[in-house]
Design a protein around this ligand. Sequence first.
Ligand SMILES: [Fe+2]
Length: 270
Amino acid sequence: MVTKLHIITNESIELDDFCDHIEQNFDLSDRQQFLAAAPALRKLANNKELFRRAALQTLKAALDPDGFNIAPAYMILNDHRPSKFTVRANLWPALRPGAWQETRDIFSYDLKHDHTFTFLTANYFGPGYTTKVWVNPHAGLQAMKIGDIADLQYQGEFQLCDDTLLFFERFTDVHIQLPPVADSVSLNLVLRDPEETMYPQHAFETDSGKVVAYPNGSPLKNKLIFARLLATSDDPELADVLDWAAHKETSRVHREALLSAKDQILARAA
Ligand SMILES: [Fe+2]
């Protein structure tokens, strides 16, 4: 269930002070401690220099002919220091009528989805987005297959704004992001967990809990695409490698994809 936190403060802190404060005082794997970090994230969201600096870095990257690899949907703010968490600015453009579907896809608008990570989010700029939330009470550390049906229960519509922070738990909280009425930016504190690469993010049918896809961009999705490409080979040696990799793999979904690729190669080679 998404947790709504009402926090008002005019205080502001620097990014490194925020990171030090979180590293030294909070174990974000503990839900209560993560929630207790909300005032600090609100103070960071009051620091309007952050975005200026991050935007400048991104613009410089966009102007570098060798480094043109910008992500339009978000900017990582703390990649200058290793940490168990990520501070991320997410961009939420308002959409003009007739906006391309591609633009909607980049920002995951209208996509009913869960997340492979837990995060706390504060509004940073603009009016903030509105989101419809469902709860998957039976979600666990277990990938659902395409076609599986989750028992999603509608929790309601939430508006992110300056005095309202939202806390989303991985897999449990499912949402549809609606484009804001004016361009907005949110600031996320994201708990990084090496395990998150083992599980897919799920996309659901809009009107039900049916899993219809694994959205693009997640590490596991990339591995599954790679396994599908390997499956087109007719090299039996590659089938051996896939078998070896499958037995080392701890993610059930990835293991099954590797074994399926192996079977397809062997069937072709036979
Ligand atoms: Fe989301």
